[in-house]
Structure formats: structure tokens, C-alpha cells
Design a protein around this ligand. Sequence first.
Ligand SMILES: [Fe+2]
Length: 247
Amino acid sequence: MNIEKAKKIFEKYVENYNLDDDKIKLKYDHSLRVCELCKKIALYLKLPKEDVEIAEMIGLLHDFGRFEQIKIYDTFDDRISVDHAVLGVQLLEEFDIDQFVEDEEVQKLVKKAILLHNKTFIEDNLTEREILFAKIIRDADKIDIYYIWTNLEVKTVDAKINDKIYHRLIKCKIDYEERKNDLDFYLLLIGLVYDINFNWSYHYLNEKKYVNLFIDRVINKNKKNYFKLSKIKLVIKKYMKKREKLC
Ligand SMILES: [Fe+2]
């Protein structure tokens, strides 16, 4: 397995799509950053060299289905298009995954981690290694989603905060309530901090301040919900500090 070679093959693959399209470019850059983040997490976990490379490969390929999804449906929303993880695995098989990974066992691990990266919960009946790589990609992906949101526009929402979502968030529970407006979506993103696995990931996020900055921007655009959003901010800040400690 050779990550630098894999990056070149990946780059060639993405050239089949329109890199002038912001959505395509965003996912290309995201894939490369997530690849690096997976490596950082794997190194923090002191995994052997081969496993660090597997983690990197998963990071690089986890959104392989996004490019076709955008080309066909012009959206990232799986609910109205297609499960991009399932599509990614299908495309990798068609594209000949051997170009990236030769070992069949490793191919299985990579595909499994891709399938698990965007699911609400990971299944119980997984092997230790499947769980390990699923956790790595899920953390790396979320970290980069927060990074991406430091640059995306937060919209003003006039609606009152959904109390059910609010109460769950201040109890440090993730919320997958149906999204009715942009604020619900922002709260869903904020709540993802409760579904992060490694202390290192909290440490990194605290250092970069991505989550805090994002919550501040949401508060600024939703003055009506100032007190409740500020409460969420406080709870999350405390939670993230606590989770970072064991790092
Ligand atoms: Fe994804």
C-alpha cells in the first residue's frame, strides 16, 4: 500500500469531475484533509505502520461516492439522493479497488469503514478492527466538518429553538431529531461533539476552537435564542474540556 501513489490515483479519478464546481472541490480538499487527520489519530493511538496507512487510505477514500452524487443529484443530502457511502463502495469496486489496496482483508476493512462513516450509530456485531477504523474515520470526518463550517455561511433563523433538541443537547446527548429548519441543522452539527471517540480529537478541536467559533456564529445569527444557545455553548465547552483531559 502506498499512500502517495493512492493520492495521485485519487486525484486522477477526481479529474473526471468538474473541479470548478465548488462542491466537487470542497469534497476533494476534504478527502485530503481527512486523510491527514486519520493519520494523526492513528499515530496518537500508536498503531503499527501498516494500520496507520490503512487509516490514511480510509480517510482518502471515505467520500469516494460524493463526486458521483454531486454530478447526478447536485446535493450532499443523502436523504433526497443516495447513501454516498454505499455508492462510494460500489464505485470503488467498479473502479477496481486493487489500484488503491491489494490485500483483500484490508480492502474489506476499508470498505466497511467507508460504509460506517456516515451512519447514525455503528452496529454491535463488528470486529475490534472494524470498530477501531470506524471510530478513526468518524472522528476525522467530524473534525473536518467543523473546520469546513468555519468558512461557510451561517443563516439567520427566525424560529424559536426546538425545545426537545435543546434539552437533549444540554444533557450532553446527540440529537438526530428531524430537521425542520437551518437552526435544527446547526444544532445537529453542534451535537456531533457528543459522538466523538478519542480524547485526541477533543484536544485538537479545543486547540483549533472550531466548535466554539461555530456556536458563536450560530448565536450571532439567532439572537432570539441567545440564552438557550449560550447555555448549550457553556455545556459543550465544559464537556469538551473534560473529554480532552485524558489525552
Ligand atoms: Fe462522507
